[in-house]
Design a protein around this ligand. Structure first.
Ligand code: FES
Length: 517
């Protein structure tokens, strides 16, 4: 079996420190087209590989199909916080799912936490796992009320939390709480070790294998890929957002989040803690030693995908950290994507309106490490027939009437456009002259838009801007050099190739007449 040691890729041009810290050697493998596997898992991030390892070691024959390389999506771009609390506070969980629901949500968070720490212990994974205290601070009276909500909710479900007078952060604050026993790790070192254990257990990983469609006939799901077909009794979409048009497009909103890894003049200033503010959008701080260099990771400035300027988000983040810290250099900057569920909790389990045995897990908010891990475990339990008390709470078919749902839908449903490629043939496209090399832009020509990127050699890469998922116009992401869809978060590279679902078809490439640069 051929295998090649390689660094891991990600769905953007910016490099996360995790990509630099790990090399993998996944062999080139093939699925047996005559075998009906027990489970096909689509996506090799933390959800997919957690489920795969659990299923394979329990005796199920599984195959993982990944469109790119392991950790290519959000697992390779997370800031890797492992917490005992979540973006959806326990108070919010209680108001939407009742007291019992809030307690179960706490159990889910802790189960996710322990899925990671148990795997690390069992497989002796070296992934920089460290336990740290966590702090959340309020900077004004309004935020103090939020802090009290956080405190009350956590206390009620039994998560240890206390008010403290000191936070190891340089930002002035009014009041703060401390949650002991938070943790952090290197997500790709962890993921790579999970993949190795899964292969040792007899699993199959097919990298560079995008699943285009799955048909189910008499209980057998047949997936079509460019490399052949895969048959399985069950299919898990561990792709963050499941592909194609589905109900989760309306129930989960895509967000981009930003992180800087900075070296400070005085290393003593880097806090050995996980620290969060309560601004909207929020910021966080933590430390990580990457290849021997101790960095301050500062992140946040999240916004809806395709709705704000990513360069501005990075600039604001850098200005923010420089306001309080003496920054020597910005060593890393990268962004990634997550999905906010409309009622605050993830959707995990049998997909609605799909053949039996079709599963998904999505809507982790900014807590993908715990929720991805616990979701992988829940899905494995469902297929293994094990009772799991969390199955009902995260039921992917639930229909919760939620205040503001209509607003959520409206905000999420931008206008669909149509595109007529022929219109551009033979035009003298002076508009490209103003495009600087290395930049992209939607260019308006006679009332119709074209997605154009000019590379460093001056060549224009022109695409239809119409997202192949449901027809919204994509927006240029100058930092990750991608075209991002503001509706449901699909993303494409400069040549229109899909890098993030739910789209599975590339943007249409447009042939241009000769242009002057
Ligand atoms: Fe749905 Fe683009 S991702 S229209």
């Amino acid at each position: 079996m051929k295998s090649k040691v390689s660094t891991l890729n990600r769905d953007g041009r910016q490099i996360s420190p995790w990509q630099r810290s790990v090399k993998t050697s996944i062999p080139v493998m093939h699925a047996n087209e005559r075998t009906v596997y027990d489970v096909l898992i689509v996506g090799a991030g933390i959800t997919g590989l957690t489920a795969a390892l659990k299923l394979q070691t329990a005796g199920k024959r599984t195959v993982v199909a990944e469109a790119f390389t392991i950790g290519y999506g959000t697992t390779g771009g997370t800031s890797a916080h492992i917490n005992t609390f979540a973006d959806t506070t326990y108070t919010e969980a209680e108001s939407a799912f009742g007291e019992e629901g809030a307690k179960l949500f706490k159990q889910a968070i802790l189960d996710g936490y322990h899925t990671i720490t148990d795997n690390v212990a069992e497989y002796k994974i070296n992934c920089d796992l460290e336990t740290r205290p966590g702090y959340v601070y309020a900077e004004d009276d309004e935020q103090e009320k939020q802090l009290k909500d956080l405190y009350d909710g956590a206390t009620k479900v039994g998560v240890a939390i206390e008010y403290v007078n000191e936070v190891p952060v340089k930002v002035p604050y009014q009041k703060a709480v401390m949650l002991d026993g938070q943790a952090q790790f290197d997500p790709l070192k962890y993921l790579s070790a999970l993949a190795n254990e899964y292969l040792k257990a007899g699993g199959v990983i097919l990298q560079h294998t995008m699943v285009n469609e799955v048909q189910c006939h008499e209980g057998v799901h047949t997936a079509t890929t460019a490399n052949g077909t895969i048959k399985a009794s069950n299919v898990i979409y561990a792709t963050h957002m499941p592909p194609h048009i589905n109900v989760f497009n309306m129930k989960c909103a895509p967000y981009r989040s930003y992180v800087l890894g900075v070296e400070l003049v005085d290393h003593e200033d880097v806090p050995d803690a996980l620290i969060y503010d309560l601004q909207e959008p929020y910021h966080y701080f933590r430390s990580h030693v990457v290849n021997g260099q101790k960095l301050l990771l500062v992140g946040g400035n999240d916004h809806k995908t395709g709705h704000d300027d990513p360069e501005q988000a990075f600039d604001d983040l850098e200005n923010y950290v420089r306001q309080y810290y003496n920054v020597k250099s910005v060593v890393y900057k990268w962004s990634s994507q997550y999905y906010v569920p409309v009622d605050g909790l993830p959707y995990v389990g049998q997909m609605p309106l799909q053949a039996d045995g079709t599963y998904c897990a999505t809507g982790y908010n900014g807590n993908g490490m715990m929720l991805g891990s616990v979701s992988g475990a829940i899905l494995a339990d469902m297929i293994l027939g094990n009772e799991n008390p969390l199955t009902e709470l995260f039921n992917a078919k639930r229909m919760k009437p939620i205040d503001g749902f209509t607003e959520f839908i409206k905000e999420n449903a931008d206008v669909a456009y149509h595109f007529v490629a022929d219109k551009f043939k033979g035009q003298h496209l002076d508009s490209f002259n103003e495009l600087e090399p290395g930049t992209g832009k939607l260019i308006d020509i006679d009332g119709q838009k074209l997605a154009a990127y000019k590379d460093d050699a001056g060549k224009v890469h022109a695409l239809s801007p119409v997202c192949t998922h449901m027809g919204c116009n994509v927006a240029w992401n100058a930092c990750e050099k991608s075209w991002d869809c503001p509706c449901h978060g699909a993303r494409y590279d400069i040549d229109g190739k899909v890098v993030t679902g739910p789209a599975t078809k590339d943007l249409e490439q447009i042939e241009l007449p000769e242009t002057s640069n």
